[in-house]
Design a protein around this ligand. Structure first.
Ligand SMILES: *[C@@H]1O[C@H](CO)[C@@H](O)[C@H](O)[C@H]1NC(C)=O
Length: 263
């Protein structure tokens, strides 16, 4: 008897006249097709949308900036006259600037009773602080009132991206209007360098930060209370990097082939 090679066939054919459609079979087939369609559509949306992956590393990403970080501050003090409001900047590199005025604006509020300070300045990449106070005023007020609302405090470029929920303006909206008017406020910030790389490989540099805050009444050596709003910052050595990525085409094709061409 000759050896029949066809014995190796594991997908044996049933003759057409022996098959028979059933209602159960039809229902199962329709369900299968709908399920395949669903899987295909979810694969397709996964392929079209870009995912953002993040990684951490120890480095200073923005070395070309000359070791400086741009700061943007917008704060309202509804009960302190603009003449009294000033911004001072100090850091561990020996900087001590009192009454910083470049690129800043003081806008009177409440018919001059209050003040909004909007300023842009840069800080060195070393621990330091900047504070809003009456220190630079020619005469100290009898009853300073440091209640305030912070509209914005951000560092570096603004990232216009929706798909990451970072802490780029963590203090935005901080409302201390009901605090003790004589209290000083300390905001202790840890600034985290953040890099965003879009699909074209273009990188943008920004910073996120975390905040811890406290409130206290401080007396100066003359026994007077001269409150201030302190922002004490320090930089994290860890950089967060977000990278936009699209699923590779071959992965989309292989998963779809696996879906559509079942044995
Ligand atoms: C500062 O905040 C106030 C209140 O939200 C807003 O009206 C103003 O436009 C802001 N200024 C800047 C420069 O963004």
């Amino acid at each position: 008897m000759p050896f029949d090679f066809r014995r190796f066939d594991i997908y044996r054919k049933v003759p057409k006249d022996l098959t028979q459609p059933t209602y159960t079979g039809a229902i199962i087939s329709i369900c299968c097709c709908l399920f395949i369609l669903f899987l295909f559509l979810s694969e397709l949306t996964g392929f079209i949308t870009t995912e953002v992956v993040n990684e951490l590393y120890v480095d200073d990403p923005d070395k070309d900036s000359g070791g400086k970080i741009d700061v943007s501050l917008n704060i309202s003090l509804p009960h302190l006259h603009c003449e009294l409001v000033g911004l001072d900047i100090q850091d561990e590199m020996g900087r001590h600037e009192v009454g910083h005025i470049d690129n800043s604006m003081k806008i009177p509020l409440n018919n001059g009773a209050g003040c909004r300070f909007e300023g842009q300045f840069s800080i060195n990449k070393v621990p330091g602080n900047f504070h809003v106070s009456t220190h630079s005023a020619t005469a100290q007020p009898q009853n300073p009132d440091m209640t305030h609302v912070i509209h914005k405090l951000s560092f570096g470029d603004t990232l216009q991206v929706q798909n990451i929920h970072g802490a780029f303006n963590a203090l935005g909206g901080a409302d201390r209007l009901t605090s003790n008017p004589l209290a000083s406020h300390d905001y202790i910030l840890k600034i985290v360098p953040t890099v965003y790389e879009d699909k074209s490989g273009k990188q943008r540099y920004s910073y996120q930060y975390t905040v811890a805050n406290k409130e206290y009444v401080a007396y100066s050596h003359t026994g007077r209370i001269i409150p201030a709003i302190w922002f004490r910052y320090d930089l994290s050595p860890i950089t967060v990097k977000y990278t936009e990525r699209r699923q590779p085409l071959y992965r989309f094709i292989t998963t779809d082939l696996a879906l559509l061409f079942r044995p």
